[in-house]
Ligand binder design. Structure first.
Ligand code: SDX
Length: 440
């Protein structure tokens, strides 16, 4: 998006330093968000800003997703997440994020046909899987396979971006990532790969490639297919989160879509980010096993500032109220487990009690800590039969359209510069060189 839809308001911020003063414009976004534009600060004053974790720093202008963390609002290209979750399938939301509009019937048919056309991976890529150790984490395999796609499909890198139709660039990766994910699961359990089928929808195909085998007569349960579409929609994009920022960093250097997404997958893997959905289930299972379900002790330990005892799936950098995705995920999770006859899942019971106790505890209330998108997602994926170490892969599959949209937006933004933050140096200064034989 060019910055033309960002308005310079009449407002100014004045900075006074060492007897001099400078004014910086306040810019306003289409949802009323305001920022002070300090792009000439260092040249004017010699100062830089210091903002660990970029808590107060906007890295770019974007037209893809809007989040209001105080009011619990999430919109993709202007559409409320609640409407998209209720009325769309995942690929429609992927199309919306990437193309900027919901598809009409004709566009939908072309997109679906391209998804089918690009669902296979090069047969030589199978050998990559065969040489991975069975215990390899699927996120490691996913990142390696994605960056390897550029070796098998170099044309996408060589053609100028403008000449490769957006929907081909997008569907190639959207479709192949799903196949790679399912293949990495089959590899980890020593079962033969199941190929995508043109007779199945996106989510049906994924579930079939995951759970079908020569010895079973598997057909995806429509209840699970609907739930999977919804959970992937809930993960589709979230503005400038850690992994999307990494994708944009690599894009800003001119990195290819495959290289940018491979880097984003590695960032998402972290337990403070997308790896939290796996960490939530491991936490709930630990409570069941070691704490005999006693959540009070877990709540007390979570307040001890020890990163190892944090309440995983709780808290968020942006949301200071209930994450709207978590609200939808909780409702969908409970409906799915009831439909599958799993409503008495002990992990769900522990999660519900944890949430109830934490939301009434002053420590969590004072810090505005609520369940985030990861808190209930893992329980639902577990009910679908997806193994815990694949949960973050599911997050990556869901997040991919957001990454693609941001990569495109970054590459097409004429105002975008290579991402290169500054620092405050606190190391040694001006040390005299000492030859090795004279060093103590
Ligand atoms: C995702 O950015 C995105 O949009 C991410 C995401 C997306 O869609 O891309 O929404 C997906 O990553 C969701 C978050 C998943 N991570 C977890 O569930 C891990 C557990 N949560 C936290 O580690 C933490 O809440 C973060 C990482 C999510 C946010 O960290 P911040 O914004 O840096 O907040 P902080 O660590 O400075 O915490 C503020 C205070 C601290 O206490 P004080 O020093 O003020 O006394 O809250 C405390 C923290 O100790 N705190 C927690 C806590 N999270 C924050 N205390 C106990 N348990 C927690 N989970």
């Amino acid at each position: 998006m060019s910055s033309s839809r960002r308005r310079n308001s009449e407002e100014q911020v004045r900075l006074v330093y060492k007897g001099r003063s400078w004014s910086y414009p306040v810019v306003t976004g289409t949802e009323g968000e305001r920022a002070v534009d300090i792009s000439t600060l260092r040249r004017d004053t010699g100062l830089i800003t210091l903002d660990p974790g970029f808590v107060n720093t906007g890295a770019c202008s974007s037209a893809i997703t809007f989040v209001d963390g105080e009011r619990g609002i999430l919109r993709h290209r202007g559409y409320a997440i609640e409407d998209l979750a209720e009325h769309c399938v995942f690929l429609e939301v992927a199309y919306l994020l990437i193309m900027g509009k919901l598809p009409n019937r004709q566009e939908w048919q072309r997109f679906s046909s391209l998804m089918n056309q690009h669902s296979m991976i090069h047969e030589d890529m199978r050998d990559f899987f065969l040489n991975y150790p069975e215990r390899a984490h699927p996120m490691a395999v996913l990142s390696a396979m994605v960056v390897s796609l550029s070796s098998f499909y170099p044309e996408i890198e060589q053609e100028p971006m403008e000449e490769v139709p957006l929907d081909i660039t997008a569907t190639r990766l959207l479709s192949k990532l799903r196949t790679i994910a399912a293949f990495s699961y089959k590899k980890s359990i020593g079962e033969p790969f199941v190929y995508p089928s043109y007779r199945m929808s996106y989510c049906e195909n994924f579930l079939n490639m995951m759970f079908s085998s020569p010895v079973n007569d598997y057909w995806p349960d429509p209840v699970v297919v609907r739930a999977l579409n919804l959970f992937l929609i809930l993960h589709a994009d979230h503005e400038q989160n850690c992994s999307t920022s990494v994708v944009r960093f690599v894009a800003s250097a001119g990195g290819s879509l495959y290289a940018s997404v491979a880097a984003g997958i590695c960032a998402l893997w972290g337990p403070l980010h997308g790896g939290a959905n796996q960490a939530v289930i491991e936490m709930l299972e630990r409570i069941l096993r070691e704490d005999k379900g006693r959540v009070d002790r877990v709540i007390e330990r979570a307040k001890k500032k020890d990163p190892r005892t944090r309440l995983m799936g709780f808290g968020h950098r942006i949301y200071k109220t209930y994450d709207p995705r978590a609200r939808i995920a909780k409702d969908a999770c409970m409906k799915l487990l009831a439909r599958l006859g799993l409503q008495n899942d002990p992990l769900l019971e522990i999660a519900l009690e944890l949430e109830e106790k934490a939301l009434n505890d002053p420590y969590f209330k004072e810090r505005h800590l609520y369940p985030n998108v990861d808190f209930y997602t893992g329980i639902a994926y577990r009910a679908m039969g997806i193994p815990t170490n694949m949960f973050t892969v599911m997050f990556a599959i869901g997040r991919l359209p957001g990454w693609i949209a941001h990569w495109m937006e970054c590459r097409k933004d004429p105002t975008q510069k290579i991402a290169r933050p500054r620092q405050v140096y606190i190391g040694e200064t001006a040390r005299p060189f000492i030859p090795m034989d004279q060093r103590p």
